[in-house]
Design a protein around this ligand. Structure first.
Ligand code: MEV
Length: 432
């Protein structure tokens, strides 16, 4: 198909499906499949979340109970398609609940946004903010910030920073507190509202004008939320690790575990997989609560590379008094109001299940889920490997993909209770 489809978004849903069928080789029952997954009562709501919506894409909404976080017990909703993630999180949560639980530190919750502009003057002009600029900018967005201020948020910092290594390009950097919302819309609205007044301010001020006109390049929040940072940590006596050490002496297990984490702290190839294991848990909570997982991932990975080399986000320590400690620090700009958090019925339910947490509490919960999955994954890697547990959980997916009957599925589940699962072995079993 090389023809461009014009005005696609303006077509009705039925017209869209018809035109797709005409232009692409699609299954006969294309429309039926789409129809099957539409919500019988609330489809309009889902249609409005996005553009060109034809149907819904289901993912499992699961829960990991027994998450003891800052002395409060949570059942953590997780949306993820990888079969072992919820199981791994649940097992780690139960283990750590018996060993003091997860402890959270919120370092800060400030988010930043930038107006990038071109101006041919000297950097030294901006060592201090030009007089009158802050007042003018605040006034320009007062109608937008008034409500946020009532909720405890608003503009906290304003500064101008030259672009590193470039002449004549600057950022007006604004620090925002956004209360319990993630705040992306609020921040971007404020920034866009400030663009014109900022230009006007420079272009009508003779000190600046003598170097030529100021030109606005763009205005946008930064997803690199290094000042919206959470640490979660766990700690137990090494002896307690026997539950996870799969026959190894707990001290040996702890040493191997630490080595695995240290490898991820030094080697980028390993660090990426290691951090993926963290985001298995973190993203599942971020998605379940209607938050933006792309923003969380982008910030997390940039943070992992903050010293110029991509490293593990978690670390591990074995203390002189035989204690095992693990900690995870990552930026997580999350919201518990606004955006999809209350609009999506399942996200609203997830937040209710968590006791309607504040945004800071949710940062701690998502980070704890990340650390739980990381702990489980590394514990498996340094003992039995991950495939044993993973393939057991994947068995039912395999059976379904091989069109096994219900009876065959039951028999296979029984057979593979004490057998290692592999696609080949499952195929052979079904043949027999
Ligand atoms: C799989 O989804 C995640 C792991 O690869 C993470 C890790 O290697 O640490 C098991």
């Amino acid at each position: 198909m090389s023809q461009i489809i014009k005005g696609f978004s303006k077509l009705s849903r039925e017209e869209k499906t018809e035109i797709l069928k005409k232009h692409f080789q699609l299954p006969e029952n294309f429309s039926e499949i789409l129809e099957t997954f539409r919500h019988p009562e609330q489809q309009e709501l889902f249609d409005d979340f996005s553009e060109n919506t034809l149907s819904n894409f289901y993912l499992p909404f699961g829960v990991a109970p027994n998450f003891l976080i800052d002395d409060k017990m949570y059942v953590v909703p997780m949306v993820v398609e990888e079969s072992s993630v919820v199981a791994a999180a649940s097992r780690a949560a139960s283990f750590w609940a018996k060993n003091g639980g997860f402890k959270t530190t919120i370092h800060n919750t400030l988010k930043k946004g930038h107006i990038w502009f071109k101006w041919d003057g000297l950097k030294s002009f901006f060592e201090k903010l030009p007089q009158g600029l802050e007042e003018m900018l605040r006034k320009a967005v007062a109608p937008l910030t008034a409500n946020m201020e009532k909720r405890g948020g608003g503009i906290r910092t304003i500064e101008i920073i030259p672009l590193e290594g470039e002449y004549g390009i600057f950022q007006l950097q604004i620090g925002f507190e956004t209360a319990d919302s993630m705040g992306a819309n609020f921040i971007n609205s404020c920034l866009e509202e400030m663009k014109e007044p900022l230009k006007e301010f420079f272009n009508t001020n003779k000190d600046f004008k003598q170097y030529g006109d100021t030109e606005i390049i763009m205005a946008i929040l930064s997803n690199y939320t290094t000042e919206c940072l959470v640490t979660t940590s766990v700690e137990c006596p090494i002896e307690a690790l026997s539950e996870y050490s799969a026959g190894l002496k707990p001290a040996e297990f702890a040493q191997k575990f630490k080595q695995a984490i240290d490898i991820a702290l030094s080697d980028t190839s390993r660090a990426v997989t290691h951090n993926k294991g963290i985001f298995n848990g973190t993203d599942a909570v971020v998605i379940a609560t209607g938050n933006d997982f792309r923003a969380a991932e982008a910030a997390g990975h940039a943070w992992a590379a903050k010293d110029g080399k991509y490293r593990s986000l978690s670390s591990c320590e074995i203390t002189d008094n035989a204690r095992f400690r693990m900690k995870l620090t990552l930026p997580l700009a999350l919201g518990t109001v606004g955006g999809l958090t209350r609009l999506h019925p399942m996200a609203a339910l997830a937040l209710e299940m968590l006791g309607n947490p504040t945004a800071s509490e949710l940062m701690g919960i998502a980070a704890a889920a990340g650390l739980a999955n990381n702990f489980s994954a590394v514990a498996s890697l340094v003992t039995t490997g991950i495939q044993k547990g993973h393939m057991k959980l994947h068995l039912s997916n395999l059976l379904k993909s091989l069109n096994a009957t219900e009876e065959e599925q039951k028999a296979a589940m029984e057979h593979f209770k004490n057998e290692t699962v592999s696609a080949l072995k499952v195929k052979e079993f079904l043949k027999r």
